[in-house]
Design a protein around this ligand. Structure first.
Ligand code: PLP
Length: 390
């Protein structure tokens, strides 16, 4: 018996584990200290009432003989696909067969690799949501990094070399930068010319407001021949604990592609939770949309507040316009674990060391506006005192 040796290549678990351990130890040694996290990658607002009500009704459905649901369609219920097609992909001519409802983008961005040849070269930006590279390792695929540069605002640039599959995440975690029509058009054109595929992680689409940033990659001409788009209900409707997501595989990518993937899906997945799908369906009601928008605006306002505070303190800050994340350049000339330790000890503030997202991230840290406004104001006060702005 031999274990999958590629699993040992996964480092990320150790780094996040290290962070949690450091905070745990600090709490143990300083039990009365209030620690504020600016590192939060999860939402903090509860699920809104119209969605909760829909999920209560779904629970009731399960309690009655006439409305009970057992296994559903492994690619998701039509009632949710219909809402997605009518709202998120209006006038785009996608069909029910091209939409897959699932239980989280984290699952989807990795498992999609099973659709492609095992020898495909998978291109990954050097600063990334670590799950892509770890997913590639889990499935023992060939991985190649390409660098993103500060001077290009961390926007990935099309390479001179060949690849088969590329992960693009916009709005980006960790940099908080959202890519424009122009940025994405270059990737779509490359993919068309080189018979490549773009795996487009759009988990933060709800945060997009800028007119030059497309809400979907399919707004770019030809993207429906080369891109698979992933979206999540985790961040817009606080479903990170409920679990619901979806992705689109356009028929135009390859003849019969959805027949092949349906076969795989039926055999490897028994469908997303009925209650979750009912909740997600309710998120498209007009009243719900208004409340969701307000929550997103609150997070974005938190992020803008943090951005202006860090800038006032002399930091160079990226992102935060169409994303809840800010990517802050360390000005002290220390590395990202060192600033993590410093802020924890001196300010009792948690930030995420940039190195967790790749070696190129070591001169940076990530903060987010996903926490409460009250905590963000407290953190800003501490930072301003520390840097002698108060
Ligand atoms: N993609 C990105 C870029 C993320 O940052 C996250 C979660 O933080 C996910 C995907 C995971 O989404 P889900 O909760 O749908 O699995």
């Amino acid at each position: 018996m031999k274990l999958n040796n590629d699993l040992s290549k996964i480092k990320e678990e150790n780094e996040f584990f290290m962070l949690t351990e450091k905070v745990k130890n600090f709490r143990k040694n300083n039990p009365n200290c209030e620690i504020i996290s600016l590192g939060i990658g999860d939402v903090s607002k509860p699920i809104i009432k119209p969605i909760i009500n829909a999920m209560h009704e779904a629970v009731e459905d399960l309690s009655k003989m006439e409305t009970f649901k057992g296994y559903g369609d492994s690619s998701g219920y039509h009632f949710l696909k219909q809402k997605i097609l009518e709202n998120d992909y209006k006038n785009m001519d996608f069909t029910f067969d091209e939409i897959y409802i699932s239980n989280g983008t984290k699952t989807d961005v990795c498992s999609i690799l099973e659709l492609f040849d095992i020898n495909s070269t998978i291109y990954i930006p050097s600063l990334i949501y670590p799950i892509y590279k770890n997913g590639v390792h889990c499935l023992s695929r060939n991985l190649k990094y390409f660098h993103v540069h500060e001077k290009e605002n961390f926007v990935p640039q099309v390479p001179n070399e060949k690849f088969d599959i590329v992960y693009i995440c916009s709005p980006n975690n960790p940099t908080g930068i959202a890519y424009s029509y122009e940025d994405l058009r270059k990737w779509v054109n490359y993919a068309i010319e080189n018979n490549a595929i773009i795996l487009y992680d759009n988990a933060y689409s709800a945060f997009i407001n800028s007119p030059d940033v497309p809400k979907s990659i399919y707004k770019i001409d030809g993207a429906n021949k080369v891109a698979i788009e992933f979206r999540s209900f985790s961040k817009n409707i606080s479903f990170s604990g409920v679990r619901c997501s979806y992705y689109v595989i356009p028929n135009k990518i390859y003849e019969g592609i959805n027949k092949i993937w349906k076969k795989r899906t039926i055999n490897r997945f028994n469908g997303a939770d009925y209650i979750a799908q009912k909740g997600a369906e309710a998120s498209y009601i007009e009243d719900a949309q208004t409340e969701i928008k307000k929550n997103i605006d609150d997070y974005l306002n938190n992020t803008k507040r943090l951005k202006s505070a860090f800038k006032k303190l002399g930091f160079t800050v990226f992102g935060g316009e169409d994303s809840p994340f800010l990517w802050v350049k360390i000005k002290e000339g220390i590395n990202s674990w060192e600033i993590f330790n410093l802020y924890l000890k001196e300010l009792n503030i948690i930030i995420i060391p940039g190195i967790i997202f790749g070696e190129k991230g070591d001169g940076f840290f990530r903060v987010s506006g996903l926490g409460s406004r009250e905590n963000i104001e407290k953190a800003i006060e501490k930072l301003e005192k520390y840097y002698n702005y108060r």
